[in-house]
Design a protein around this ligand. Structure first.
Ligand SMILES: Cc1cc2nc3c(=O)[nH]c(=O)nc-3n(C[C@H](O)[C@H](O)[C@H](O)COP(=O)(O)OP(=O)(O)OC[C@H]3O[C@@H](n4cnc5c(N)ncnc54)[C@H](O)[C@@H]3O)c2cc1C
Length: 357
């Protein structure tokens, strides 16, 4: 089987890596960060893993649930009753024993068990095509050394805009390039806190009093719902929509923390700074796609695939809720296309040999 270069070790890159390495492809994954998981990355806290950005499963996450079944970790999902303040409803939310790291770590293990490689601190700077149709993915390592991956197929899982920036050397039509470049994304700043206590038992708070002017758009009291873990405290997330042109985007983590916490205290005056045990800011430039193309752009050139959240829906008006599930469906679809193509080419080659004989 051929070689596949996958750019990004988030959920979609690892899923593709798992599927294609299992199907016998030689898989190389390149990830610019020092750790896996992308938006679903975790850190260690107390005796547990916890995501840097809040995540939960929904009952309707069918494609993702199927993956957990295949990997034998469906029994590790626990369902909790969660109160959603602002939508005045109770919903079931799912969460893994061991957090989402359970899924990410098992995908990595399956890839490496099947001979795949994951290179961290490796940023893709350019993808070019050779005359024989194979691709060269040029990477820069964190110490500025250069590295190239030659492959028959390339799957890019970052934002569509980043894809356009690294694919200037490819003969992709101007129309496709423009459409990909025009897909805009919202950024997010998330303050995750380990607290001594939480002042609310709502899992998610989406509405705030008029004129409260909070820099965050939602509060997630993770442990108000997922309350059987050993984090060494209560987990609170404050998640804000922030444009990169906003002055807050370039502020220091301490300044952002001060601003977020000041606004939080206005909502809950009984909470004090001394209730904070530790905290961490995570900024994401391409967090949520806000536009979707009219047509399918996931294969802008033969054997080049873009598995990005902005391409999971066509002509949709707003960001769908089941984002992990949609990217899982797109990743599955891309892998099926690659496997089918290889099979067809293999059969064609055999036909040619038989005819020649
Ligand atoms: C705050 C927040 C909360 C969310 N909560 C939920 C939830 O509860 N339920 C849900 O269904 N979805 C949720 N989502 C969406 C979910 O996180 C995403 O759908 C999913 O993680 C996307 O995975 P991905 O692999 O496609 O992308 P990513 O996780 O973005 O992975 C892409 C990877 O590519 C790497 N990369 C990019 N460019 C390059 C390059 N040039 N070279 C090398 N590597 C590169 C990046 O570093 C990254 O690791 C949430 C998203 C956010 C922002």
């Amino acid at each position: 089987m051929s070689k596949v270069c996958i750019i990004g070790a988030g959920l979609s890159g690892l899923l593709c890596g798992m599927r294609l390495s299992k199907a016998g492809f030689e898989v190389v994954i390149v990830e610019e960060l020092t750790y896996p998981g992308g938006l679903m990355a975790s850190t260690h806290l107390g005796g547990e893993y916890i995501e840097l950005l809040p995540h939960h499963l929904r009952r309707t996450d069918k494609a993702l649930y199927q993956v957990t079944k295949e990997l034998g970790i469906d029994s590790k999902i626990k369902w909790y009753d969660a109160f959603w303040y602002g939508r005045a409803s109770r919903k079931k939310v799912g969460y893994f024993e061991g957090g989402f790291a359970t899924l990410i770590n098992l995908l990595i293990q399956t890839i490496t068990d099947n001979g795949g490689t994951i290179l961290y601190s490796t940023s893709v700077s350019e993808i070019t095509r050779r005359e024989d149709g194979t691709y060269v993915t040029s990477c820069v390592l964190s110490d500025s050394r250069k590295y190239e991956v030659e492959s028959r197929h390339v799957i890019f899982t970052g934002s569509c805009r980043t894809f356009v920036n690294v694919s200037h050397g490819l003969p992709i039509s101007m129309n496709t390039r423009d459409q990909l470049m025009n897909l805009t994304y919202q950024s997010r700043i998330c303050l995750a806190l380990l607290m001594k206590k939480l002042p609310s038992d709502a899992y998610i708070q989406l509405k705030f009093p008029a004129n409260s002017n909070t820099p965050f758009a939602r509060i997630i009291n993770h442990t108000a719902c997922i309350n059987d873990r050993n984090y060494g405290g209560q987990i609170l997330y404050l998640v804000g929509k922030c444009q990169i042109s906003d002055p807050l985007w370039v502020e220091s983590d301490q300044k952002i923390m001060d601003e977020y916490f000041r606004a939080y205290r206005k909502l809950y005056p009984l909470i004090k700074k001394s209730d904070i045990k530790s905290w961490r800011i995570t900024k994401v430039r391409y967090a949520v796609s806000e536009q979707f193309p009219e047509t399918d752009l996931s294969e802008p050139l033969d054997n080049i695939y873009v598995c990005s959240s902005a391409l999971t829906s066509h002509a949709a008006l707003e960001a769908p809720e089941n984002r992990m599930d949609l990217i899982t469906t797109l990743a599955n679809d891309i892998c099926n296309r690659i496997v089918d193509k290889e099979k067809a080419e293999h059969e064609h080659k055999e036909d040619v040999i038989i005819t020649a004989i």
